[in-house]
Design a protein around this ligand. Structure first.
Ligand SMILES: *Cc1c(COP(=O)(O)O)cnc(C)c1O
Length: 221
């Protein structure tokens, strides 16, 4: 048992609870995704032992190396893919992940729909929005969102909501608020937003999934 993981988990959960309460929300509406990318199995196990079951990785291959062993010991662990997905890895992703957060283009929607049909597993899907319209960032442009959502729904993907990473160095609140507005406009309940530096702000603005790595596992090597 690793007391440090347990303490950090408890602290993050209580910060989520406080932020939810401040916004008049129930803390049960907010799920904490422990982002374990770059951390090895030995670092992840104590968080599982502390009772946490929801994790996120950003690379398919890294997750394939780590999670089959962990899922053998913790079959109820839930794994989300939060990073960019190449279409040629869609089948691997559908096999391993319970949710996919970074769907951002029609070709990937097609590849995922085909993979879901072939493998017979259906991960929850989030559309990533390039909420700050930054040229180098993943996610669809805000203006492309309606067409991409139509395409995802037409392909039969179970779209749970929207995901974003606001521009670094800028106050994130307006970007979180915009993502929340877009989700409402399209009748979507899920909002995957907020990382170590800004998850409380995200919770006050409606996040249903916060993605926290560094605050839980420490700095990445
Ligand atoms: C790494 C990562 C996170 C976690 O970031 P921290 O700042 O370490 O909490 C969240 N979301 C995505 C998409 C990531 O790649």
């Amino acid at each position: 048992m690793n007391g440090a993981s347990e303490e950090r988990l408890a602290e993050i959960r209580s910060r989520i609870d406080r932020a939810a309460k401040l916004a008049g929300r129930r803390s049960g509406e907010v799920r904490l995704i422990a982002i374990s990318k770059t951390h090895d199995i030995a670092a992840i196990r104590p968080v599982l032992e502390a009772g946490h079951r929801l994790f996120g990785e950003n690379r398919v291959q890294e997750a394939q190396e780590k999670w089959p062993a962990l899922k053998t010991d913790y079959p109820d662990a839930e794994l989300h893919l939060v990073g960019r997905l190449q279409s040629n890895k869609a089948e691997d992703a559908v096999r391993l992940f319970d949710a996919i957060h970074a769907i951002d283009r029609p070709s990937l929607i097609g590849a995922l729909a085909a993979a879901i049909g072939k493998i017979g597993r259906t991960p929850l899907c989030f559309i990533q929005v390039n909420i700050g319209d930054e040229p180098q960032k993943g996610g669809c442009a805000v203006a492309e969102l309606p067409a991409l959502l139509d395409a995802a729904q037409a392909a039969g993907l179970p779209v749970a909501g929207l995901m974003c990473i606001p521009p670094a160095e800028l106050e994130p609140a307006p970007y979180f608020a915009l993502l929340a507005k877009l989700a409402r406009r399209h009748g979507l309940d899920g909002l995957s937003m907020g990382m170590s530096g800004d998850f409380e702000t995200a919770v006050t603005l409606g996040a249903t999934h916060v993605r926290v790595g560094t605050a839980l596992f420490g700095e990445r090597g």
